[in-house]
Design a protein around this ligand. Structure first.
Ligand SMILES: *[C@@H]1O[C@H](CO)[C@@H](O)[C@H](O)[C@H]1NC(C)=O
Ligand SMILES: *[C@@H]1O[C@H](CO)[C@@H](O)[C@H](O)[C@H]1NC(C)=O
Ligand SMILES: *[C@@H]1O[C@H](CO)[C@@H](O)[C@H](O)[C@H]1NC(C)=O
Ligand SMILES: *[C@@H]1O[C@H](CO)[C@@H](O)[C@H](O)[C@H]1NC(C)=O
Ligand SMILES: *[C@@H]1O[C@H](CO)[C@@H](O)[C@H](O)[C@H]1NC(C)=O
Ligand SMILES: *[C@@H]1O[C@H](CO)[C@@H](O)[C@H](O)[C@H]1NC(C)=O
Ligand SMILES: *[C@@H]1O[C@H](CO)[C@@H](O)[C@H](O)[C@H]1NC(C)=O
Length: 858
């Protein structure tokens, strides 16, 4: 109880500083008056540097509205709920003001001298103020010698006829006219800007030149004698004709970056009536030194012959988000200086050797989000400078076109396997493909100079004759999350996959269904600092499991029951949240360690909680006391055990009912461990009986490896001393030299139970069928079910019925099926164990144990 109270108090204390914040006040430097129902400027200390007055009801500002605030740098007085009138020299008491924000306030009256007396003003925000052309035509901005940024977007400006005083604005850099209605701009109107260099002139979404027909002879060049770092004419509905006439008109003006997104050039997909840009469209820009051209978001379907020929200085070209399906021959001819080509989000289906002809300096090609299924082998090979190729989210099935490119993105394709081609790369991203065979991973690890390899969300699960890994691999980061390495490792193979990765620093193995770590699998990783095993099914971690120099470990969302603190002690950071801690005295060393360790434990303390026993479910480990455990260890643990027996059984029952499909595997593991703790002694002192073996396992020798991993390792005492059964099988227990039939008979009659693992191989193997018949006759003779039949793999009823002795069994008795879902395996094994142990009275005929449940769950 006390602990809970503390916890609550902590929450309140932590949040109290936030509660102390008051919105209508000043701390001397910053005065915040949002939503304060002000009708006039409040009194603030003369030390104020930022005064924020938005969202109020201030109706007018005059020369006396503000006290003298010499320190004020920023004034926000936009978004008033009432229209505002601004009188003569309204801001003159703010001599050092740098930023004046009036945005989103309806300005009903603006005195011609409103902004006078602001010699330091750097930025003036007048967006969405209901202003008309008058604000440009008259001298409102005169004498603003420091004015650099002028934002006039979202107003009612229809003409850019500028007052001559603009010529004196020597600091002017950026002017924004976004979303005004400015149908036409001609040379005389912008005359005051001639001779200037602007970093940005934004004329986007102004309907410029698209609503009226322009007589360019008379209009001439609006940007004559100007240097524009960026000219933004996006969203103006420009067609190919408008673009051509415009580029011819402005010939000679310097425009380093031309932004023309959201244009309407090109017919789109499936139409013919609108033209794609052609060789003449951009020809007029030849002398404009365009280095960056953004044509994204349009309808271009085909990149035509020598389309960009004139743009010799171009370094970055984006035609992303068009409908490009065709690249004509020599489409990129002349782009000798192009470095970045962005063709992402188009409709390309295949690429040919000739497509990128004429791009000697291209370093980065972005082709993500197309539909590319085929790429001709030499498409990229002639691009000597190509270092980054992005082919994410296409439909590729092979990568035989890749040569030596240092950064390769191939995520979201349809790769099932990789060809054995010579590769050199620093970075390879292959997530969200369908790679299955770990040989692909072995192959990639050998790529010279590779530093980062991303293979998340594949299906790596299969291990067949992997090559011997070489030494000294260069890889530094390896991402293998969301694969199925458990399937590969549980067959006992590919345990050396990380061999040679002596420089690996980061390894992600989250969501791989791992229920164990192969012994020594990380021992080669001497440089590994960060390891994620998040969201697997690990129940234990032992000291030798982790790489030798690990610093950061994430084992959250596993099934750790009672971890050994020594495993974590050498680390500096560990995440152990959301495990399945069993809060009995065995956990007390761990709890004590948690309380005093220097290792940084990440995640909220509330996420490290008990799962069992039920009455402690969800209780944070930090809040548990271990005192009782130290004093009366034995008594306590007994009490716990009894309790657990009860609650666990109950929980298990309820859980099986409710979440049997979802969590049955994990629930069972927990139950199992609890049970093991409890019944430890009982199982060991099991009374001996007359049979030499607990069970004879009869299976095809072709299945041996599988049986060894799936059954023997979990049941037979020789495989692990945690197992309890003395099993008999041909490969180990048959007398060499003796007749096989004789051996089978001995095995059948000397074992309490016979387990036949009926697989495809089993049915093809005469000896197996013989053993089956023999076991069946003993079963009949004993009048009980000594024979347990387990069907492995997807055998149909028909396949089973083909063989007389099997048919006889199947017709009369129930059989088991090996579970398809991995998480049911433990449960299945335990069920099987109980069948092996079960002794039956000789009289009971044909009671083949309640196998029904097992058969029906699979
Ligand atoms: C502003 O006025 C409204 C309505 O009268 C009131 O609900 C609100 O609390 C006032 N806000 C402040 C900060 O005084
Ligand atoms: C602020 O006002 C006080 C007196 O009201 C004056 O002594 C002080 O110098 C002023 N500080 C500034 C920075 O103007
Ligand atoms: C482009 O210019 C040509 C020749 O001056 C003219 O005939 C045509 O109408 C113009 N097109 C547009 C859309 O302005
Ligand atoms: C290419 O354009 C797309 C879409 O506009 C963008 O997401 C991507 O970052 C661009 N690629 C490069 C290399 O700039
Ligand atoms: C591995 O690299 C180290 C130094 O980088 C070198 O001393 C050693 O000989 C290399 N071993 C092999 C097998 O190449
Ligand atoms: C934690 O660090 C302190 C000071 O560095 C040291 O005295 C103490 O022994 C450390 N505790 C553990 C459990 O390592
Ligand atoms: C945790 O440590 C503090 C002092 O370091 C001690 O008072 C407290 O009892 C400990 N809690 C547990 C659960 O060991």
């Amino acid at each position: 109880m006390g602990d809970h109270l503390d916890l609550l108090l902590g929450v309140v204390l932590m949040s109290s500083p936030v509660l102390g914040f008051s919105p209508c006040s000043s701390n001397g430097l910053i005065a915040v008056y949002y939503f304060c129902n002000l009708t006039e400027v409040p009194q603030v200390p003369n030390t104020t540097e930022r005064l924020l007055l938005s969202f109020n009801y201030i109706k007018s500002i005059t020369a006396t509205s503000f006290p003298f605030l010499e320190q004020l740098l920023l004034l926000e007085i936009g978004a008033q709920f009432t229209p505002l009138t601004i009188d003569q020299e309204a801001f003159r008491n703010l001599p050092n003001l740098r930023i004046l924000d009036l945005g989103k306030t309806q300005i009903d009256f603006l005195h011609l001298d409103a902004f006078q007396g602001l010699p330091r003003l750097f930025e003036l925000r007048l967006f969405s103020c209901g202003l008309s052309d008058a604000v440009l035509k008259n001298g409102y901005f005169r004498n603003l010698e420091s004015l650099s940024r002028l934002d006039l977007s979202f107003n009612h400006i229809h003409s850019l006829a500028l007052h001559p005083s603009f010529r004196e604005l020597n600091s002017l850099e950026s002017v924004d006219f976004f979303l005004n209605q400015i149908p036409i701009v001609c040379e005389p109107e912008l005359q005051p800007l001639q001779g200037k260099r602007l970093s940005l002139l934004r004329l986007a979404s102004t309907t410029l030149y698209s609503r009226v027909s322009v007589d360019w002879e008379r209009c001439m060049n609006p940007f004559r004698n100007m240097v524009l770092d960026t000219l933004d004419v996006s969203g103006n509905g420009w067609t190919v004709d408008i673009m051509r006439n415009f580029s011819n008109a402005i010939t000679g003006s310097q425009i380093f970056s031309l932004v023309l997104t959201h244009h309407i050039m090109g017919p789109g997909f499936g139409f013919q009536n609108i033209k794609d840009p052609d060789q003449n469209t951009f020809a007029g820009l030849a002398r404009s030194s365009v280095r960056r051209l953004d044509l994204s978001s349009g309808f271009i379907f085909s990149l035509s012959y020598r389309l960009f020929e004139a743009l010799e200085e171009l370094k970055l070209l984006s035609v992303a988000q068009n409908k490009i399906n065709k690249i004509a021959d020599e489409a990129f001819y002349g782009l000798n200086n192009l470095q970045v080509l962005n063709m992402s989000f188009n409709l390309l289906g295949e690429l040919y050797n000739s497509n990128f002809y004429g791009l000697p300096n291209v370093a980065y090609i972005d082709l993500q989000k197309n539909h590319i299924g085929v790429i001709q082998e030499n498409t990229f090979r002639s691009l000597g400078k190509l270092s980054t190729l992005d082919l994410r989210d296409n439909a590729l099935k092979t990568i035989n076109f890749i040569s030596s490119i240092s950064t390769i993105y191939l995520g979201g394709n349809k790769l099932v396997t990789l060809p054995n081609i010579p590769l050199t790369a620093n970075f390879i991203q292959l997530s969200e493909n369908k790679l299955e065979n770990l040989n692909n991973l072995y192959f990639l690890l050998q790529v010279p100079h590779l530093q980062i390899l991303i293979l998340n969300q594949n299906r790596l699960s299969f291990c067949a004759q992997p090559p011997v890994p070489s030494e000294n691999l260069s890889l530094e980061q390896l991402y293998l999350g969301e694969n199925m390495l458990q399937l590969a490792w549980e067959t006992g193979s590919c345990w050396d996959v990380f061999k040679g990765l002596s420089r690996l620093q980061v390894l992600y193995l989250h969501n791989n269904y791992l229920s164990f770590l192969p012994p020594g699998v990380f021992s080669y990783l001497i440089a590994l600092k960060t390891l994620s095993l998040n969201s697997n099914r690990l129940t234990v971690l032992s000291l030798g499991d982790l790489p030798p120099n690990l610093e950061i470990l994430d084992v959250s969302r596993n099934q750790l029951l009672a971890p050994d603190p020594h495993v974590f002690a050498p680390l500096s950071v560990v995440d152990i949240t959301h495990n399945k801690f069993i809060c009995e005295c065995e956990l007390s060393t761990f709890i004590k360690w948690l309380n005093q360790t220097n290792v940084t434990i990440i995640g909220s303390p509330d996420d490290i909680y008990c799962l069992y026993p039920n009455w402690l479910l969800g209780t944070p480990l930090y809040s548990l006391s271990t005192e009782d455990c130290d004093e009366e260890e034995s008594l306590k643990s007994l009490k716990f055990s009894l309790f657990i027996l009860f609650t666990v059984t109950l929980t298990l029952f309820l859980m099986t009912v409710f979440v049997v499909t979802k969590f049955r595997g994990s629930c069972f593991l927990c139950y199992k461990t609890a049970e093991r703790l409890l019944l430890k002694d009982q199982t060991q002192t099991r009374e001996p009986d007359t049979y030499r073996y607990d069970a004879y396992l009869c299976f095809s020798s072709k299945d041996f490896e599988w049986v060894q991993n799936a059954l023997l390792k979990h049941l037979d005492t020789q495989y692990s001393n945690r197992n309890r059964f003395n099993l008999c099988f041909e490969e180990r227990d048959f007398m060499p030299g003796e007749d096989l039939i004789a051996n089978i008979h001995t095995a059948v009659w000397n074992s309490r139970k016979i387990i036949c693992l009926v697989s495809r191989h089993f049915l093809q193997d005469g000896w197996c069928l013989e053993a089956f018949s023999c076991a069946r006759s003993r079963s009949l003779a004993d009048l009980n079910s000594t024979l347990i039949m387990v069907v492995v793999g997807s055998l149909s009823q028909y396949q089973l019925m083909k063989h007389a002795s099997v048919r006889g069994f199947v017709q009369k008795q129930q059989y088991l099926r090996w579970p398809e879902d991995l998480q049911d395996v433990d449960w299945f094994l335990s069920k099987l164990s109980r069948h092996i142990l079960k002794k039956e009275k000789k009289k009971e005929q044909d009671t083949s144990i309640p196998l029904q449940t097992v058969a029906s769950i699979s």
